[in-house]
Write a protein that binds this ligand. Structure first.
Ligand code: ATP
Ligand code: MG
Ligand code: MG
Length: 526
C-alpha cells in the first residue's frame, strides 16, 4: 500500500494521539483467544499498528487469556496466522497468563491495603445490591479473613467457588463499573497455557490496567463501549501506584447485514450454517480474504476512517468499490461461456484448427504490464445464445479481443467470416466467446450473499430470526485452457461477470499435477 497515502493523518482522517512522543509510543492489541479474528478486530489491530509505526514506537500483541473456559490453543494459533495475513508484525507478543503470579501479588496487596474484599453474596443478589447501591455485608471483612477466603478460592475447594474478590471502589458511584467490580474468581477448567497451576483467575478489569502499565503501554486504544470502564481502569492504576496509561477511545466497526460477536459466529460454525471459520460468507479475517478482500484495500479503508469515536455502520458495497480499485488493474481478464444456453458460430475463414492457432493477447487490455496470454482461435466458436439472439444476415458483430465477424448464414447454424481490419466501433454486438477445444475446462463460479437479512439488528432482536438462507449460488461454466494455469488466491476478472478469486486451482495439489478428475477450478466470487 502506498505509504504516502496512509501516513498523512489529515488525508487519512487519523488523528494524532494525545501526548504521543516519537520513539516512545507503545500500543497494544489484546485479543482473547476465544475465537477467530474478525474485521472488527482487524480495525483494532490496524489502528494500533498504525500509531506504533507512525510514531516509530512499539506494538504489543497480548493474548488476553484470563478465562480458561473460553480459550483454546487453536484460536491462539489462528490469531498468529491471521495477523500475518493482515501484514501486522508485532514487536512483542505477550500473554496475560504470564503475569498470573504477579497479578495474584497485586490482588493480595489490594487485600492487605483494605482495597479489596472477598464476597460470597450470590450473583443475583450482588446484582440487586449494585442497582440499589448497597454495600455488601462482607465489605468490611478484615484483611486476614479476606486472605483466608482468597486462599480457599484459589485452592480449588468447592467451598471457595462461592467466593470472589471484589475491589472496594465506590458503591455510590453513578458509574456502575465503579461499584465494587469483581476482580478474581474461581475456575477449575485447566488453562491452555498454565494448566492446573491456578484455580482462580483475575478478570479483565483487574488484569488489563496492571499489565498495560507493567508492559510499558503508553496509549491503550479501546472501543468506545469501554468508556464507562475508563474511570475504573484509572482507579486500579492509582490504587496500585502504577504508571498511568492514556486511554484513547475509538468506534467499533460494524458492517450492515453482518454479525461480529464471537458468540454468534461460533453458533454459525457449530450449526453448520457455514463451512467453517474461513467460510467466504463469514466476516472473519480468513473469511473475507477468501471472499476476495485485498488486505491493502482493507487497511486503507479502515485507516481512512481513522480513530474517530463516531460509531460506524459500514456498507459492504462501499468497501467493495475500494477493494475493486485496488485489485482491478492487476486482474487478468478471461472469458467464459455458459454450459446451457450457448450457441456455436462457425467461422468459415478461421485458420485451420488442426494447426492449433492462438492469439497472443494482453492479459489486461488496459495494463500491458500484467502480461500476455494465449487465446485459442478456431473455426468453432461458442457464444451465449442470448448474446446472438436475433442476429441478422450480413450483420457485423465483434468477438471480443479477436475482431469483427460478418454473419454469412443464420438458418440451420450460424456462420460468419472474419473481416480483416473491420470497424469494431461500428458494431452493435460485442460478444465474449470461447473456441471449442478439448483443452477447455469446467469452472465452478460461486456467488455469496449476506448471512443476515437485516441491515442492523435492534436491541433485543435475536439474530437467529434474521438468517438469510439464500446466501450461496454456484454454476459451472466453460473456461479456456489458460485458466488451467491460474494459481490459488489469484484474482481475475471474468469479462462481463465480475472479479473472482481462485479458491481451488485446476487439478494441482502442492504443485504436482493431480490429473484424472478433469474438473475445473472453483472460483470464489468478488
Ligand atoms: P467479541 O465481542 O466478538 O467477542 P471482543 O471485543 O470481546 O469480541 P477481544 O478478543 O477481546 O474480542 O477483542 C480484541 C480487541 O478488538 C479489543 O480491543 C476490542 O475492543 C477490539 N474489537 C472487537 N470488536 C471490534 C469491532 N467490531 N470494531 C473495532 N474493534 C473491535
Ligand atoms: Mg473481550
Ligand atoms: Mg466484545
Amino acid at each position: 500500500f502506498p505509504a504516502s497515502q496512509i501516513l498523512d493523518p489529515l488525508a487519512s482522517g487519523c488523528h494524532f494521539l494525545e501526548g504521543a512522543m516519537p520513539f516512545e509510543v507503545c500500543t497494544r492489541f489484546p485479543p482473547e483467544p476465544s475465537g477467530y479474528l474478525h474485521i472488527g478486530h482487524a480495525k483494532a489491530v490496524l489502528l494500533n499498528d498504525y500509531y506504533a509505526r507512525r510514531y516509530k514506537g512499539r506494538l504489543i500483541v497480548r493474548f488476553d487469556d484470563t478465562n480458561p473456559s473460553k480459550e483454546k490453543e487453536e484460536f491462539q494459533q489462528s490469531i498468529v496466522e491471521d495477523l500475518k495475513k493482515l501484514g501486522v508484525f508485532p514487536d512483542v507478543v505477550t500473554y496475560t497468563s504470564d503475569y498470573f503470579a504477579q497479578l495474584k501479588e497485586y490482588a493480595l496487596w489490594l487485600i492487605d491495603n483494605n482495597l479489596a474484599f472477598m464476597d460470597d453474596t450470590p450473583q443475583e443478589e450482588m446484582q440487586k445490591e449494585r442497582m440499589a447501591r448497597l454495600n455488601s455485608k462482607r465489605r468490611d471483612m478484615s484483611p486476614l479473613d479476606n486472605r483466608k477466603y482468597f486462599d480457599l478460592m484459589g485452592s480449588g475447594d468447592a467451598e471457595g467457588a462461592k467466593w470472589c474478590l471484589r475491589a472496594k471502589v465506590n458503591m455510590q458511584s453513578v458509574n456502575g463499573t465503579m461499584r465494587d467490580p469483581v476482580i478474581y474468581r474461581q475456575n477449575l477448567t485447566p488453562h491452555h497455557r498454565s494448566g492446573t497451576t491456578y484455580k482462580a483467575y483475575p478478570t479483565y478489569d483487574l488484569a488489563c490496567p496492571i499489565v498495560d502499565s507493567v508492559e510499558g503501554v503508553t496509549h491503550a486504544l479501546r472501543t468506545t463501549e469501554y468508556n464507562d470502564r475508563d474511570e475504573q481502569y484509572a482507579w486500579f492504576q492509582n490504587a496500585l501506584k502504577l504508571r498511568r496509561v492514556r486511554i484513547h477511545g475509538f468506534a467499533r466497526m460494524n458492517f450492515m447485514y453482518t454479525e461480529l460477536s464471537k458468540r454468534k459466529l461460533t453458533w454459525f460454525v457449530e450449526n453448520g450454517e457455514v463451512t467453517g471459520w474461513d467460510d467466504p460468507r463469514f466476516p472473519t479475517v480468513r473469511g473475507v480474504v477468501r471472499r476476495g478482500v485485498n488486505v491493502a484495500a482493507l487497511r486503507g479503508y479502515i485507516l481512512s476512517q481513522g480513530a474517530s469515536r463516531r460509531i460506524t455502520l459500514m456498507e459492504w458495497n462501499k468497501f467493495w468499490a475500494v477493494n475493486k480499485k485496488e485489485i482491478d488493474d492487476r486482474a487478468k481478464r478471461f472469458m467464459v461461456v455458459s454450459k446451457e444456453g450457448k450457441e456455436t458460430i462457425t467461422i468459415t475463414n478461421a485458420q485451420d484448427p488442426s494447426k492449433n492457432e492462438f492469439l497472443n493477447i494482453d492479459a489486461h487490455p488496459k495494463f500491458p504490464a500484467v502480461g500476455k496470454r494465449l487465446l485459442k482461435i478456431s473455426s468453432s466458436v461458442m457464444v451465449e445464445s442470448s448474446d446472438i439472439a436475433g442476429v441478422a444476415l450480413g450483420e457485423n458483430i465483434v468477438l471480443s479481443r479477436w475482431g469483427v465477424v460478418k454473419i454469412t448464414k443464420v438458418e440451420g447454424g450460424i456462420e460468419g467470416e472474419i473481416v480483416p481490419d473491420g470497424d469494431v466501433k461500428a458494431c452493435k454486438r460485442k460478444l465474449t466467446w470461447l473456441s471449442e477445444s478439448e483443452q477447455n475446462i469446467d469452472v465452478k463460479l460461486f456467488e455469496f450473499d449476506n448471512l443476515i437479512n437485516k441491515p442492523a439488528l435492534e436491541e433485543g432482536e435475536n439474530f437467529k430470526d434474521f438468517i438469510n438462507t439464500n446466501n450461496l449460488a454456484h454454476m459451472v461454466v466453460t473456461g479456456d485452457a489458460g485458466m488451467r494455469l491460474l494459481k490459488q488466491n489469484e484474482v481475475i476478472q471474468i469479462e462481463r461477470r465480475g472479479l473472482y478469486r481462485v479458491d481451488k486451482c485446476y487439478g494441482r495439489i502442492g504443485g504436482a499435477a493431480k490429473g484424472g478428475s478433469g474438473v475445473g477450478g472453483d472460483l470464489g466470487e468478488e
